[in-house]
Design a protein around this ligand. Structure first.
Ligand SMILES: [Mg+2]
Length: 366
């Protein structure tokens, strides 16, 4: 395999900055590093942001009546429009779940909402140190509110115990290790099923000794790559390179592949500044979503409205399942246009929190 396969798409900002004439529908960047035209477009977009921000700063200094918060929000949208002309087109296909909230609500009318939430980048911001990706108390309250009304699951690439320690809500379902480790709520709630609290599904148990072996091998290899860290997520591993200098990404890729060549039962995928190593069984976040719906008694039901919110490529498996089902909605958390099977979008975790609050408020009054 080549180095390019480990980095199947260029960085997020480059996807946003690609000129419309060169970024064909359905096209992903396949080269690594990205082509020069993309890097140039990225620089132009950044320059446009600075120019617009400077102009708006001058307007604000001249005594504009907007509040700081409102101006910030307004500024964000103006900057986005100026920096990325394609964004308006993209938003037509993947509208904001806040702007389109009434449409979402109408589609869910009379159906049981089931909420699926990714963790990193969805409930917590992406941070340099993955162990510091805590969620705010306000976000926790928003998730707690949702769980009071609807069956709610956290679906994460993280180890189940680790993501539970971040979220700390016993009334949720947790699907860790990209859905390969699923457990029901440990606290009694109205959505709890008879078998809840028990481990419900661990399809990759046979891989545990291999994963542990590879974890130690990768940890040793990464000692030569400053900033690289290996996270043990029980049934899968994550090699984080958020803190690695870009010149070292190729070496990191080589090192990871040199370990994995001896383990054909494992596969490599890429997330946001992370390489994911997983058992090569057909089980992903989409399968986890289907499993949980079935466990909740909604297999083949037309009365269910699953909502899945996530920010990463691994969430696309769940978005695709929902698209194929023709039920519910996928919501991609992103500030920039990306290829996605999600039907709606939100810009960042703070908007996810707002969406969850609105959902609780609206359904509580119906
Ligand atoms: Mg995520």
């Amino acid at each position: 395999m080549t180095k390019q396969a480990a980095f199947p798409a260029a960085e997020d900002a480059l996807a946003a900055a690609a000129p419309a004439t060169q970024q064909q529908p359905g096209r992903r960047f396949t080269s690594f590093p990205p082509p020069s035209w993309a890097r140039g477009a990225c620089r132009k977009a950044a320059a446009a942001q600075v120019a617009v921000a400077d102009h708006l700063g001058a307007v604000a200094a001249a005594g504009g009546a907007r509040t700081t918060a409102a101006a910030g929000s307004w500024l964000d949208s103006v900057v986005m429009a100026a920096a990325s002309p394609r964004h308006a087109d993209w938003l037509e296909k993947h509208p904001s779940a806040l702007a389109g909230f009434e449409t979402v609500l109408a589609a869910a009318e009379g159906k049981q909402i089931v909420m699926f939430l990714d963790y990193d980048g969805t409930l917590s911001p992406i941070v340099r140190d993955p162990d510091s990706a805590v969620m705010t108390d306000e976000m926790r309250e928003a998730v707690r509110g949702v769980a009071e009304h609807f069956p709610t699951a956290i679906v994460s690439g993280r180890c189940r115990d680790k993501v539970f320690n971040f979220v700390k809500l016993a009334e949720l379902y947790y699907a860790g290790s990209h859905g390969m480790d699923i457990k029901g709520p440990t606290a009694q709630c109205k959505h709890t099923k008879a078998n809840a609290g028990a481990v419900m599904w661990q399809p990759a148990s046979d891989f545990l000794p291999v994963i542990e072996e590879v974890y130690h091998a990768l940890t040793a290899k990464m000692e030569s790559i400053p900033g690289a860290t290996v996270e043990d997520n029980k049934f899968c591993l994550s090699v984080h390179f958020r803190c690695v200098q870009e010149e070292k990404w190729g070496a990191l890729d080589d090192q990871v592949r040199s370990v994995l060549k001896d383990y054909p039962g494992l596969r490599l995928t890429k997330g946001r500044k992370v390489l994911e190593i997983r058992p090569s069984i057909k089980w992903d976040k989409g399968n986890a979503l289907e499993f949980l719906l079935e466990s909740l008694g909604f297999a083949d039901s037309s009365d269910v409205f699953p909502i899945y919110i996530g920010d990463d490529r691994t969430d696309e498996d769940a978005f695709k399942v929902l698209r194929n089902m023709g039920q519910g909605i996928g919501i991609l958390v992103t500030k920039i246009p990306k290829e996605t099977s999600a039907s709606y979008s939100l810009r960042e975790p703070s908007e996810v929190k707002e969406f969850l609050h609105k959902l609780v408020k609206s359904t509580g009054t119906r």
